[in-house]
Each structure stands twice: as C-alpha cells, then as structure tokens.
Design a protein around this ligand. Sequence first.
Ligand code: FAD
Length: 472
Amino acid sequence: MKTDGAGESFDLVVIGGGPGGYVAAIRAAQLGWRTLCVDRHGRPGGTCLLEGCIPSKTLLETARLFREAQHLVEEHGIEESKLSLDVKTMMERKEKVVDGLSQGIAHLFRKAGVEFVTGEARVEGPGAVAITSGGHERKVKAERILLAVGSRPAELFLLPVDGHRILHSGHVLSFKRVPRHLIIVGGGVIGLELGSLWLRLGSKVTVVEMLPEILPGMDQTLVRHLTRQLRKEGMQFLTGVHLVRVIEDEDGISLVYRDREDREEVLAGTRILVSAGRVPNSDVAGIPQLGLLKDAQGRLLVDDQYATSVPGIYAIGDLTPGPMLAHRASEEGIVMVERAAGLQRDNVRLDTIPQVLYTDPELAAVGLTEEQARQQGLEVVTGSFPLQANGRARSMGKAEGLVKVVARAEDNRLLGVHILAPHAGEWLSTATLAIKKGMTAQELGRLICPHPSLAEALKEAAMAAGGKAIHL
Ligand code: FAD
C-alpha cells in the first residue's frame, strides 16, 4: 500500500460523517479550526441520512398519501380513479431526497472550510489517524480526534441476516416490490415504523416481540391506543414469544416460536426484518487497540466534555450511552466543540431529548413517563386530553389520539409530555422547551395557542395536570 506520510496537521479530525460527526465538523470550522471529516461512505450523512431517519420518513410519506387517497371517497366524498403504486418511482424519489440532502452537507462543508475525505479511518494513537482509500494510505495529525462512528443493527443468533429473506432495516428501505408477508422481529420504534410503512403499501405485517409489551419505555396508555389503531389497519402483534428456529423453503420463510402458553407455533412469511436494537461501533477505527473505557453494552464512556479515557480523543452520538437519536448526536457534537473551544455551554440533558415514532398518528414524547416517574419514587399528577375534543383534529378527520402531561405532585413541575396525534413531532417542541425551562403544568396551560390547532390539546392536557381543563 502506498503511504502518504507527510502527516498534515488538523485541529480536529472527525471520524464519521453522520449527524454527530458532520455537525461537529461544521461547528469546529465555523470557530476557525482546521477540520477534517472522514467517512467510509462516499457521501456525508451517516446512518441517519443514508439508511435511517430520512429514507424511512420519505417512504412513510408516500405510504401515508397512498393510504389517505384510499379513504378520500368514503370520508370526504372526493372521487378517485383506481390507485396503484409504482415502487420504483417511490424509491427514486427517496434516493433524490437523500442525495439532495447529502449534497447539501457537502456544500456546507465547502462553505465552512471542512475537508471531507472518503476512506476507512483508524486511530493509531492520540493525535494520529490513518485513512485508507483505494489502496492508498494517508496519515494525518490531529490536536483532537472525535469518534462519531455510530452504531449498526444488533444481530440475533437464530436469525443471521442474509440480505435475501432475513433482513435489517437498510434492506427494508430498498425493497423492489411490496413483500407479501413481512415478519418484524422486534416491536421497537424502527420495527413499527417500517412495519406501518409496508402495511400501508399492501403487505401483511406481523410484529413479533419477545417482551410482554411493544415499545417499552414509552407511555403505555398511549402505546395501547396506538396498538389498537395499528391493529385496525391490519397489523398483527405476537408478544411475549420465544423464537425457536427458522425454516426456509422456495416460497418463503417461517418463524417457529413458543407462545405465552409455551405452545410451539409456526408463522409463515416471505421476509423477516430483524429489528432488535442497535449496537455501538466500538470495535472499528482502531478503538479496541486504544483501550478506551466502555460500559457493559460496549458504549464508550465519556465525561461532560465528551472526552474518553484517553486524552485528546472524544466520542459522541450512538457510540456513547444515551438514546440512539440523530438530534442527540448533533447537539453533543456542537457542545463538544464549543466546550473544547472554551465557550460556555450547558450539558446536553438526556431528559429533554424528544423522541418521535413516525407512525400515523405519530407518538412523540419528552421527559419521563408516568411509570418511570413512579419507579423513581416521585409522586405525580397527570392530565390527559383526547383529540376527540379538539376542533382541529375533528376537522382533519384525525381525532384518534391523546395528549398526556406528567407533573410532580409536590410543585406541579413538568416531568414529561406524551402526544399521540397527527404531526406530534412538530408541536412537541413547545413541551420540550417548557420542561427545559422548569415550567409547571399550570404555566404551560396558560400558553395561548392559535384556534383551531392541535396544540390546543397540549394546553388542555397541561391545564388538566395543573388544575382543570376547559373542554373536558
Ligand atoms: P451514524 O449516523 O451511524 O454515523 C456514523 C458514520 O461513521 C457512518 O456514516 C459510518 O460510515 C462512519 N464510520 C464508521 N466507522 C468508520 C471508519 N472506521 N472510518 C470511516 N467512517 C466510519 N434517529 C432519529 O433521531 N430520528 C429518526 O427518525 C430515526 N430513524 C431511524 C430509522 C432507521 C431505519 C435507523 C436505522 C435509525 C434511525 N435513527 C433515527 C437513528 C439515527 O440514525 C442515529 O441515532 C444517528 O444516525 C446516529 O448518529 P451518529 O453520528 O452517532 O452515527
């Protein structure tokens, strides 16, 4: 291999061009640092842009429109011609969206002065990175190295992903045709989003979950509402089951499992999505040789400067403990750089990181659920407001949903807000700000919202948790 040993120097070398890494690189360059960002993919964006958040939401939008168009006649009296779906066009649109956004990041890199390099990066020691690409190795020196190498799908011993019948999320976002029966192993956020996507486009979808409930960690009242709606649409759920083995034949693939009564059952499908969580990429980029401190799940431990246990080496995003979400990675990237530059920045509070499940309706949440608050020994008051009593939701014909506000009984301080509603992810931010600012439910209930708007349901739920709602 030809090596370029000149060893150019940078203030920051970022390994990984995902939402953590690319945002950190731009911020560093804005502050005047000489910055290099390297990713093994030929284009920046990481898991989120290339095979996660953006492609999934782009396809979900097509699925939403496809389903809504089927209901135009019965609900609105709008005549339609026969509907059909061209998967190729849908996938081309997704690729166009992804490509446009990736080019946008490349443009931002050029504007800020970040050098982007395609290649496999390896940390050789503090301050030293080797980048391999096409049989050529380039060595660079770095004042600081930021590891933002993200995560990958977790594997299940019984279901080795082969890209043909047993798949991970990336494969499911690139299907060439609608699968007849998609079995989803894992009832978490990614599994449910991808399940509702293909369900709407015509697949039979069965979600198989080993735990007694799907979506553990989310408000179980709202989860029950959502499950009811997904069942109405045709999604099937098998919970509390144990996988035994898979059987493949020419027609498809069957999952053999033991149900709650310990009976052996067989579920025949055409494709299986393994959606059993994600694992940190802490075994790449020379990380194992560095001897960095990790937790039991292999995530790198960092301090409040995002510094690892080796001086000069930092880590953020999915590689470190915390919710595996793009916006957490991005904010940590900014805070890491700004603190290293000597700027004052608050910690990224994990309790104010919102999470959205992009089904229809969306399930959006920030802060503690009622269950979590009680487990922490807190006395709570809650307020709920059904969308059935919200004028905007009724006018949209989308009144299946609920807003729930959780507050501390002692002083009415907001602990959590949970919304099951159309576009919930768009209007959750008001609640995020309220929790961040330490507001009470009563104060949030005094917010003046436009009428008619969905956000009025948030106001009313907060009023209920702070005393009494008006429209209940
Ligand atoms: P990543 O985005 O994983 O980026 C890491 C980058 O490092 C990758 O591009 C990889 O190529 C590169 N890399 C790794 N090793 C090396 C090496 N040795 N040399 C060079 N490059 C290397 N999150 C949300 O917030 N909202 C959503 O709606 C959402 N939807 C999702 C849907 C799906 C299907 C999936 C899979 C994930 C979704 N996520 C979502 C999660 C989100 O994608 C991740 O939390 C986020 O991408 C993590 O960002 P990151 O910067 O830590 O790492």
